[in-house]
Ligand binder design. Structure first.
Ligand code: MLT
Length: 264
């Protein structure tokens, strides 16, 4: 899985760009990097051009002090420009990658052929969730990103994944701990400030696939089902025995769902 550096305006992103055909942009969650999609990259690049960035601040794309869902959506559009992607493309985002998707739809929706939303939500944070994010951001700036790894890891994976695939749990922990505290804090603030996309749903007419792990403890399957029901052209696939990181935990059924959605 080789990466390259791509200039976008004032910054540079670290990106996997593999395969040819319909561009498929895979947008990672918080506070992760492109490696969370490693079980999709080879598996899908025979049918599409798989583009997988480390978003600004994450992975090998350098640390930042401030982020917004709007800015991250604009970064992705700039990345597509820099890679010469002018044709219709497929946006696929997990969790925070889904929050960014709502802004991508608003700001760059004319680029979309199809949309894939994994383990995410449309609603904004509750007031309590916002307060927790601000408190966590402060703690991370004082104590480092291990604080977030410790808080999130128990909620990211299904019990069966923890028992049977401890390697992916450990690798995810490393990625979170290696994310710069300033980036983690900036992303927490950006997620707290994100819009409530619920009222947009009836107007998002693009063909959409929603995927969620049966045991997702962070963005529950019941909420994903409601999103699918509110969108005019959406289909929902639940991944048995998976948690919030369904594409990493259970790649085969996720990849099958994506392949058949792309072929439709
Ligand atoms: C993610 O996986 O991106 C986060 O869990 C999203 C969130 O904290 O709301």
């Amino acid at each position: 899985m080789s990466t390259k550096r791509v200039s976008i305006g004032a910054g540079e992103l670290n990106v996997v760009d593999q395969g040819s055909g319909m561009p498929l942009l895979l947008v990672h969650g918080f506070p992760l990097d492109h490696t969370m999609w490693r079980r999709q990259i080879d598996a899908l690049s025979d049918v599409c051009r798989v583009i997988v960035p480390d978003q600004r601040g994450f992975g090998q794309s350098g640390a930042v002090e401030s982020l917004s869902m709007e800015g991250m959506a604009d970064d992705l559009a700039a990345l597509l420009d820099a890679l010469g992607v002018a044709e219709p493309m497929v946006y696929c985002g997990l969790s925070m990658g889904g929050y960014i998707a709502w802004q991508f739809v608003k700001r760059h929706g004319d680029r979309l052929a199809k949309l894939i939303l994994c383990d995410t939500r449309a609603a904004a944070d509750s007031e309590e969730a916002r307060k927790n994010r601000y408190a966590t951001a402060e703690k991370v700036l004082e104590q480092g990103s291990a604080v977030v790894a410790a808080g999130m890891l128990p909620k990211l994976f299904a019990d069966s994944t923890v028992a049977q695939q401890p390697d992916i749990v450990e690798q995810t922990k490393q990625v979170i701990e290696n994310t710069a505290p300033t980036t983690v804090a900036a992303a927490l603030h950006a997620m707290a400030a994100r819009i409530d996309a619920t009222s947009m749903l009836p107007d998002v007419a693009v063909a959409t696939l929603l995927v969620c792990g049966e045991h997702d403890a962070l963005t529950p399957a019941a909420e994903m089902r409601q999103i699918a029901a509110a969108m005019p052209s959406a289909q929902y696939v639940e991944i048995a025995d998976a948690g919030h990181m369904a594409p990493l935990e259970k790649p085969q059924p996720v990849n099958d769902a994506i392949r058949s959605f792309l072929a439709d």
